[in-house]
Ligand binder design. Sequence first.
Ligand code: AVI
Length: 318
Amino acid sequence: MLKPEAEDGQRSLADPAFRADVLAGLARRPRAIPARWFYDRQGSELFEQITDLPEYYPTRTEIGILEKLCPTLCEHVGQGRAVVEFGSGSSAKTPILLRSVVPSAYVPIDISGDFLRASSKTLSAAFPDLLVLPFEADFMRPLTLPRTIADAPKLGFFPGSTIGNMTPLMATDLLRAMRASLGEGAMLLIGMDRIKGADILVPAYDDAAGVTAAFNMNLLARINRELDAAIPLDAFRHVARWNDDRARIEMHLEAVRDIKFTIDGQTFAMTAGETIHTENSHKYGARDARILLRAGGWTPVAEWTDPDGLFAVYLAEA
Ligand code: AVI
């Protein structure tokens, strides 16, 4: 997820796709910028801090579930599968899985090559006998996996409830792409956050220490840094709201006063109360999750949750 800065410490040239998404997203109504642009160096560091917040239950809850289920996971998946992790990031949850399924190889896939290589190095040091094959790619599209693992049955790993950041349509497309990439006989271990009361959900995305607010506001700071803009950050505030109709937390940046700013010669005027929609985090009830998996071409075979039913991990087969 993390995109490193240029080695000489200079501001790296803006990614043309970032520029295009920002300009198009601010021009449309409702205004929206894709959440993937949160994750520059500052954003990735802030996200790591979020995962430790008392209000943000998903990370520690999923780790607790994985620690409980992994010792018996090989009863379901056998041994010797090649583990393919989608959007591996810092691979923080991976050691729990690798210790139990004794894979023939581990293929972490991430769009950020430098970050991928660094985390693969750390993992290789912890598992010296494991064949680690880092794969720099956008996993949203069907992939041709390394030939070395062509004949091995695969276990896909997609933790963190990242699937929740996609609309159900995108999530279905992704699950289908994963099925195509992993091939016949594949299995998938996937984390999904459950629907629960807004009293738990909203603070998880609007914590008392303001870390999630800083994470959201960093998107504007990134626009200023990389696109030479001068958006006054104090003209915006972080908003997290539960959209019950669509079963998702939405994050927005709301203008607190009428504001005008220019990016690339294009002027944007926002009135007080208008927002830029920056993220969706969909939550899935037990049945919803199974339907989503089936729509994506997977058959659910087992599921695990925590004692409070906050989060769930699903095992599915192709
Ligand atoms: C990465 N993703 C699963 C997080 C989530 O919970 O939707 C991103 C996040 N946004 C705000 N807090 C965490």
